[in-house]
Design a binder for this molecule. Structure first.
Ligand code: ANZ
Length: 830
């Protein structure tokens, strides 16, 4: 059979697309606008199978929208700051830009060759000074609004990368990048106040739930971690004369989700590394405390919160008063309480909380149960389930007998009346630590002056450009390499003119990627970060396709940025991504591809062996886009055979372009119409694999009419064959653009198929001829009628009762009721 030359076809159309530039988004277009966004890559090398998959899936949607008549913004750029380039630069004694921009060039070419419909006139790199100028500008706007601030706090510290990590970058206590164990350090760091938006970030998920993947919604809800409870204040027992009234705490406030268990609070625990612990500890206990603190600093948050870990702690020598019963309870320091969560101190209820139970057992502290466990409960653990309150009464209030929810309400009311507490909401979400002690990022545009303190760099002095450092200059030494760049870091204070220093930290790369989708709307604008009118015309993004690994990091930050920018009046919407799709992972032989397993699949090799279209088709056809793809089970050669088969159709059509399909083979026309119509829902519902299957069926049906002649015997001359072949070509262009262009040309059309229109569907072909209706009498099927699908209930009833078999079954009995469900069922009750 005839075949096409894959390489020649690719070369030819790559050039045609370059000349025609069919995917340039026109801001001024009168057509309805759609914004198709896919996560931009880190330029850490050439494209790999993972990129190929996401781009192939994404392109289905973008190309579909063009064909449906929308003006489509489908941009691509590079998230080009970050540790990858910096580490490579240290290794190769180079500048990170060398590595970065070489990879960008290679990836861009590969991306074009992959036949993606990106608008390259809008590309951006976050490491370009004309991009990070605006990242800095945005930082300053956040700073002005009090949404960027500095504080000293224990931070996650990677001893190998010598940098601070955000909580999100610590995976099971290990550095996301190098895999080494993360420790804690006290540092003054920059934060974004994302917690101000915690409630809205949570609330909007109820709406996003309809169009975002469940796993992302769940991950965000958990990350935000809203809980309801109370703040409860415990007065401190004075230490006596030993330490007269210094400026010290006189009470401790805790956050608890279980104020109903207050009567069972038998001790308190303060985070060992919280300032409060240092403040509280008595001189006697100080040495023991200091020793303990040393130990604590080595543990990660995950380890600290683990219920598995043996409990450790130290008595601080102080006591507090339980406001419900006046009892004096000891205050301990331990590591299972975190310094930066809630208030950094807890009321310990060993009867109801397992970690408190373990702690009480370890240090021989009293345990009082305040919820009655079921009779079969084995009495060697905390009871965390439901049950009536017990042991919970004082002279004024009794919770005994109440369920947890009621008891909570009652005790909160009582605490509020005594001014000992207040109902409260707490979030697990913390502020976003954004400073990094690394070189390859956007410098933070702040100058520190001994006289004037923090002084923002003036807008007209932006960008604060990175100094030229390379190789060994970049080796982390605990301070940012920028701090060591004397010429750069030492400046005059913009206010007083005295000696001052630039802030030597750079911004987390998640800052860069929190607004890039806005910049795409006016990427060359050197007067502003983005054009508000254009952002509002294109945005919010109608679809965002990318990896689920960004479920909580990037997606939450980008949402936060959008809300802040909306508050500033710079963006007209509060949520940036209307719909979302996460692709699965491409694996091989059942396992994640890795160097050590030697199971990596090289994209380049696949492309040269089977061609771009066959690889794309294989990725899209593999299964639902969310599922992982095991490349070992795929058949790119089978995909190529199918493409050849589809291509052959275009050579067998002998009617001329523009021929009316009227009068053609009706069965084929129906299949074509149904395939086109269903394709719309399948693309909208991200069921791209089903779409491919339907195109395959259409190819087979068309082939059959060509080979057998069809109803009219006209075969390739039948106008229904042209109609079908053109539909195949257009649908196939979503997945296999090269062969589709070739087919479109062979069918006598001008390029490019990508910018033709979606096939029109003759609605009458979608109407099914007849439906089978079942008629039951006394619950037994007595007849089957062929009826038109839109028959009315009345007509159907009349038809059924006139049917001879039905009349016979009724046999003169009185008809009590006829239940009609047109067009499929009639039930006669006699
Ligand atoms: C008493 C109590 C009794 C608690 C009980 C739980 C069960 P979420 O839901 O995550 O907000 N907690 C508060 N601050 C903490 C900190 N800094 N480090 C570690 N744990 C802390 O959890 C709130 C609960 O976690 C609080 O309610 C507190 O323990 C603990 F039967 O208070 B609870």
């Amino acid at each position: 059979a005839a075949t096409y030359d894959v390489t020649a076809v690719e070369e030819k159309w790559l050039q045609v697309w370059k000349d025609l530039d069919p995917f340039r988004a026109d801001d001024a277009s009168a057509r309805e606008k759609r914004y198709a966004l896919t996560m931009f890559p880190y330029p850490s090398g050439d494209l790999h199978m993972g990129h190929a998959e996401v781009f192939a899936l994404h392109d289905v949607v973008a190309r579909y929208w063009w064909l449906k008549g929308y003006e489509v913004l489908n941009p691509m750029g590079f998230d080009s700051f970050g540790l990858n380039a910096e580490n490579a630069a240290i290794r190769d004694n180079e500048h990170p830009a060398t590595f970065t921009y070489a990879n960008i060039a290679v990836s861009t070419e590969s991306c074009k060759k992959f036949g993606t419909s990106f608008d390259w006139s809008r590309t951006l790199n976050t490491s370009d000074p004309d991009y990070y100028k605006w990242t800095q500008w945005l930082f300053l706007r956040f700073y002005e609004r009090g949404l960027a601030y500095r504080k000293e706090s224990p931070v996650n510290w990677c001893p190998v990368d010598q940098t601070v990590l955000a909580n999100e970058q610590v995976i099971d206590g290990h550095c996301e990048r190098c895999g080494n164990e993360v420790t804690k350090r006290e540092l003054t760091q920059w934060y974004f106040k994302i917690t101000d938006y915690a409630q809205e970030l949570l609330d909007n998920l109820d709406e996003l739930e309809k169009t975002w993947p469940d796993r992302v919604i769940t991950a965000q809800r958990n990350w935000i971690g809203r809980s309801e409870g109370a703040h409860v204040t415990f007065p401190l027992v004075e230490e006596g004369a030993q330490r007269p009234s210094r400026n010290r705490a006189s009470e401790i406030t805790v956050y608890t989700t279980r104020p109903d268990t207050l009567f069972g609070t038998t001790f308190m625990v303060v985070a060992a590394d919280a300032h409060l612990a240092r403040e509280l500890v008595t001189d006697d206990q100080r040495p023991a405390y200091e020793d303990y603190l040393e130990e604590v600093r080595k543990a990660s948050d995950i380890e600290r919160l683990s219920t598995e870990r043996p409990k450790t702690g130290v008595f601080l020598g102080r006591y507090a008063v339980n406001p419900v019963n006046g009892q004096q309870i000891p205050i301990w320091a331990a590591d299972y309480v975190l310094a930066d969560y809630g208030t950094g101190a807890i009321m310990a209820v060993p009867g109801q909380d397992q970690r408190d139970w373990d702690f009480a057992k370890r240090f021989d502290l009293p345990i009082i149960r305040t919820v009655r466990p079921p009779d079969d409960f084995v009495d060697d653990a905390a009871y965390v389930g439901q049950g009536p309150a017990i042991n919970s009464a004082n002279d004024e209030i009794s919770l005994n007998g109440l369920g947890i929810a009621e008891a909570k309400r009652a005790i909160i009311d009582w605490l509020e009346s005594k001014q000992s507490g207040k109902g409260a909401v707490n979030f697990r979400l913390r502020d976003w630590l954004l400073s990094r002690q690394r070189y390859w990022g956007a410098p933070i545009p702040i100058i520190h002056c001994p006289v004037d303190g923090e002084v923002p760099v003036a807008d007209d002095q932006l960008p604060v450009v990175l100094p030229e450092l390379r190789g060994a200059d970049l080796t982390p030494r605990g301070v940012s390499p920028l701090a060591a760049a004397e010429d750069w870091v030492n400046v005059e204070c913009p206010k007083c003119g005295g000696p001052a220093k630039r802030d030597s930290d750079t911004m987390d790369t998640f800052v860069d990627s929190s607004w890039y989708f806005l910049r795409y709307c006016s990427p060359q604008d050197d007067t502003q970060a983005f054009d508000t009118d254009l952002v509002n015309a294109w945005g919010p993004c109608d679809v965002y396709i990318g990896g689920v690994e960004h479920a909580v990091l990037h997606l939450l930050y980008a949402r936060f940025f959008t809300m802040v920018l909306n508050d500033m009046g710079l963006v007209g919407f509060r949520e940036p991504f209307s719909a979302q799709l996460n692709q699965g992972t491409v694996i091989n032989q059942g396992a994640k591809m890795s160097k050590s397993k030697g199971n990596g699949v090289r994209l380049g090799e696949q492309l040269s062996a089977f061609g771009v279209d066959a690889v794309r088709l294989t990725l899209v056809f593999a299964g639902p886009p969310e599922d992982d793809i095991d490349w070992a089970e795929m058949s790119p050669s089978g995909s190529l055979r199918f493409l050849q088969r589809a291509w052959r159709l275009s050579g067998d059509v002998t009617s001329s372009p523009g021929t009316s399909p009227e009068g053609g083979d009706v069965a084929l026309r129906r299949i074509t119409a149904r395939t086109v119509r269903d394709a719309e829902g399948l693309v909208d519902g991200f069921k791209f694999n089903v779409l491919v299957a339907r195109v395959m069926e259409l190819v087979n049906a068309t082939r059959k009419v060509i080979d057998t002649g069809g109803d009219s015997g006209a075969g390739g001359a039948d106008p229904a064959v042209r109609e079908a072949a053109e539909a195949v070509t257009i649908l196939l262009s979503l997945v296999a653009p090269y062969v589709a262009e070739e087919m479109w040309e062979r069918l006598g059309h001008q390029p490019t198929v990508a910018r033709t229109s979606w096939p029109t569907v003759d609605e009458s072909l979608l109407v099914e001829d007849s439906v089978t209706c079942v008629v039951q009498v006394r619950g037994k099927v007595r007849a089957r009628l062929e009826v038109v699908p839109d028959i009315s209930d009345a007509d159907l009833e009349a038809l059924a009762l006139a049917e001879p078999d039905v009349v016979r079954a009724i046999d003169g009995a009185e008809v009590r009721k006829v239940i009609v469900r047109a067009p499929k069922l009639v039930n006669v009750v006699v």
